[in-house]
Design a binder for this molecule. Structure first.
Ligand code: GDP
Length: 537
C-alpha cells in the first residue's frame, strides 16, 4: 500500500461525553465490531490487566482508574481507527483537552435522558475551537428518554452547533424499535429478544432497503401508532429544511445525529457505517509556515502529552506524538524544533488496544510514543529537519487550586527543580509571585488527580515531601492588553481584586477567589483581556 493510501485509511478521533453516558460501552462495541476483542466486558478487564503490568504509579492500581490517555488503534472495515481516550470521572485532567488537539474528529455521546451535560459542554468547546467534524450519538434509547426533537433543540441552543438527524428512532408499542436512516433510506430494526447480547450481531437484523418512510415494508414493521409517529416526525424534519450539508459538517458547524443503545447494539450499525463514510482522514495541519500536507514526504508531528513512568522498571518518560506528515520508522533521525537538536528514534512505540509495541511504520494520523530525554514540552514540533512549528496547544484555565508547601527546607533545590520540571511537562500549572513579591506557590489543575500526581512524583522522583493546602482561589485568567502592548505588572496591582502571579512561561495570570471579582475587573478594565486559554510564550 502506498503512503497516500495508508493516510486515507486513517481515522483519528475521540469520544467526548459526560461520565456514565456510555463511553466505555461504546468503545468496547467498536472493538467488538472491529474484531479486536471477542467478548463484552473485555475492555474493563483489559484495563485492569494493563495497569497491573505497566502501571506507572501505585496510585493508578490502588484506585483502579487509568491516568493515561490511552490510544486504541484497530482496523475496521478496511480503515485504521485511532481512538484516543479522553479520561473523565476522577481522572479528568488537562490531558483530556490536549488530546482533542490531536484528533481529526469526535463523537459526542449523550445520554438520552440527560442530554448535554457539564463535561460534554467543556470538551465540545475545545472541538468547536478546532472546527473539527463532530458526530452525535444519543445513547440509552432502550430506556426511553427525552423527546428526540427536544434533544436536538438542546444541542443546538446550548452548544451552538446545527444538528442533522441521520438515523431517526422508530417505535413500536411505545418502545424503541429501530432507526430510519434518512440519507440511505433504510430501516434498521432491532430484535429485542437479543438485547444485551454480547455478540456484535443478533440484536440487529440486516437493514431493510426501503424507498422512503411510506414504503409498505416500514408500515409492516411498525404498529399504527409507531408508523404515525414516524410519519409525523419525518414531516417535521423535512419542514425543518435543508439536506445534509457536508461542507458545514466538515467545518464542525453541523453534527450528524444518531440514536441508539450501545449496550444492546441498537443503532450501532447505522452509526458506524455512516461514521466510516463521513469521518475524514487526516487533513493539512496549520503551522507557522502554512498548512502541512499529510501526504508530504518529510516527517512531522507534535507532542500532545507527556507521561512519566509508564514502565516503573525503567523510570521512563514518554512523549505522545501525533504524526502529521511523513512516516516514523525505527532508528530515524528527527529534529526537535524548539531546541534545535536532532535525536534518533531508537524505539518509537505504537499503541494497539492498550498494548505497546515497537512501531513498524506510522503515518499521518497515527500516534507514537517517543522516549523523552527530558527535552519535550506539550506542543513541541518534531520534523525530519525543517524548522517550522505547528500551532501551539493552548493552556486551559484550571478549575482547582492548591497551595504547594515544601516540608523539608534542606531539599529546596530538588524541590525547585522537580516543581519546575513537572510544570514544564504540563503535569500541572504552576503559579509563582513575580520577582521581588512575596507569595505562595500555587498549583492549578483541571482535575484533582493532577495534584496527587504531583505530590507522588515529587516524592518518588525528587525525594521531596510536600503538603498541598486548600486555597480560596476559584478562577485563573491570563491577562494581556487589548491593544497588544506589553502589560505593566504595576498597573495590575490594586486595580484588580485578585492575586497577580506568573505561570511557567512568565505569562501574567490573575487568580480570583470569586466570579464577581473577575466580572468586576472585566467591567472596570476594558483595556485588558482576561483569557480562559493562553498560547505562545
Ligand atoms: P462511561 O462512564 O461513559 O464510560 O459509561 P459506561 O460505558 O461505563 O456506562 C455507564 C452505565 O450505563 C453502565 O452501567 C452501562 O452498562 C450503562 N449503559 C451503557 N450503554 C447503555 C445503553 O445503551 N442502555 C442502557 N440502558 N444502559 C447503558
Amino acid at each position: 500500500m502506498t503512503p497516500q493510501h495508508e493516510i486515507r485509511r486513517r481515522r483519528t478521533f475521540a469520544i467526548i461525553s459526560h461520565p456514565d453516558a456510555g463511553k466505555t460501552t461504546l468503545t468496547e462495541k467498536l472493538l467488538l465490531y472491529g474484531g479486536v476483542i471477542q467478548l463484552a466486558g473485555a475492555v474493563k478487564a483489559k484495563r485492569g490487566r494493563a495497569s497491573a503490568v505497566s502501571d506507572w504509579m501505585e496510585m493508578e492500581r490502588e484506585r483502579g482508574i487509568s491516568i493515561t490517555t490511552s490510544v486504541l488503534a484497530f482496523p475496521y472495515r478496511g480503515l485504521q481507527m485511532n481512538l484516543l481516550d479522553t479520561p473523565g470521572h476522577a481522572d479528568f485532567s488537562e490531558d483530556t483537552y490536549r488530546t482533542l488537539h490531536a484528533v481529526d474528529g469526535a463523537v459526542m455521546l449523550l445520554d438520552c435522558a440527560k442530554g448535554v451535560e457539564a463535561q460534554t459542554k467543556k470538551l465540545f468547546r475545545v472541538c468547536r475551537q478546532r472546527a473539527i467534524p463532530i458526530f452525535t450519538f444519543v445513547n440509552k434509547m432502550d430506556r426511553g428518554g427525552r423527546d428526540p426533537f427536544d434533544l436536538i433543540g438542546e444541542v443546538e441552543s446550548v452548544l451552538g452547533i446545527g444538528v442533522f438527524p441521520v438515523a431517526w428512532p422508530v417505535f413500536r408499542g411505545g418502545t424503541f424499535r429501530g432507526v430510519y436512516h434518512r440519507l440511505k433510506r433504510r430501516v434498521y430494526l432491532f430484535d429485542a429478544a437479543h438485547a444485551g447480547s454480547s455478540a456484535t450481531s443478533g440484536a440487529e437484523r440486516p437493514p431493510v432497503e426501503v424507498t422512503g418512510i411510506d414504503d409498505p415494508l416500514v408500515r409492516e414493521e411498525l404498529d399504527e401508532a409507531g408508523f404515525d409517529r414516524l410519519r409525523h416526525d419525518a414531516e417535521l424534519l423535512e419542514a425543518a429544511g435543508d439536506g445534509f450539508d457536508e461542507e458545514r459538517y466538515l467545518a464542525g458547524e453541523l453534527s450528524p445525529m444518531f440514536f441508539g443503545s450501545a449496550i444492546n447494539n441498537f443503532g450501532l450499525e447505522a452509526f458506524l457505517e455512516t461514521f466510516c463514510e463521513l469521518m475524514p482522514p487526516p487533513r493539512a495541519r496549520p503551522s507557522d509556515q502554512g498548512p502541512v500536507d499529510p501526504a508530504g514526504a518529510e516527517f512531522s508531528g507534535f507532542v500532545f502529552k507527556i507521561q512519566a513512568n509508564m514502565d516503573r522498571a525503567h523510570r521512563d518518560r514518554v512523549a505522545f506524538v501525533r504524526i502529521c506528515s511523513g512516516q516514523v520508522t525505527r532508528g530515524m533521525k528527527v529534529h526537535h524544533v524548539r531546541s534545535g537538536r536532532d535525536l534518533r528514534l531508537m524505539s518509537p512505540t505504537q499503541f494497539l488496544a492498550g498494548e505497546r509495541s515497537v512501531v513498524e511504520g506510522g503515518f499521518a494520523g497515527d500516534v507514537v510514543g517517543i522516549p523523552d530525554p527530558g527535552l519535550f514540552e506539550i506542543g513541541d514540533t518534531l520534523t525530519g529537519g525543517s524548522r517550522f512549528a505547528f500551532e501551539p496547544i493552548p493552556s486551559f484555565a484550571p478549575e482547582h487550586f492548591s497551595r504547594l508547601v515544601m516540608l523539608d527546607p534542606l531539599r529546596r533545590k530538588q524541590f525547585a527543580r522537580g516543581v519546575e520540571q513537572l510544570a514544564q511537562e504540563g503535569t500541572v500549572q504552576l503559579y509563582r509571585p513575580p520577582a521581588g513579591r512575596a507569595g505562595d506557590l500555587v498549583l492549578g489543575a483541571l482535575g484533582q488527580l493532577q495534584f496527587e500526581v504531583v505530590r507522588y512524583r515529587l516524592e518518588s522522583e525528587y525525594g521531596v515531601e510536600v503538603r498541598l493546602e486548600p486555597t480560596a482561589y476559584q478562577l485563573a485568567r491570563w491577562v494581556t492588553r487589548a491593544d497588544g502592548a506589553p502589560l505593566e505588572l504595576d498597573d495590575l496591582y490594586g486595580a484588580v481584586e485578585g492575586m497577580v502571579v506568573l505561570d511557567i512561561r512568565d505569562r501574567v495570570v490573575v487568580l480570583f477567589d470569586r466570579e464577581w471579582a473577575l466580572r468586576t475587573a472585566e467591567r472596570l478594565h476594558p483595556e485588558l483581556v482576561f483569557g480562559e486559554t493562553a498560547t505562545g510564550v
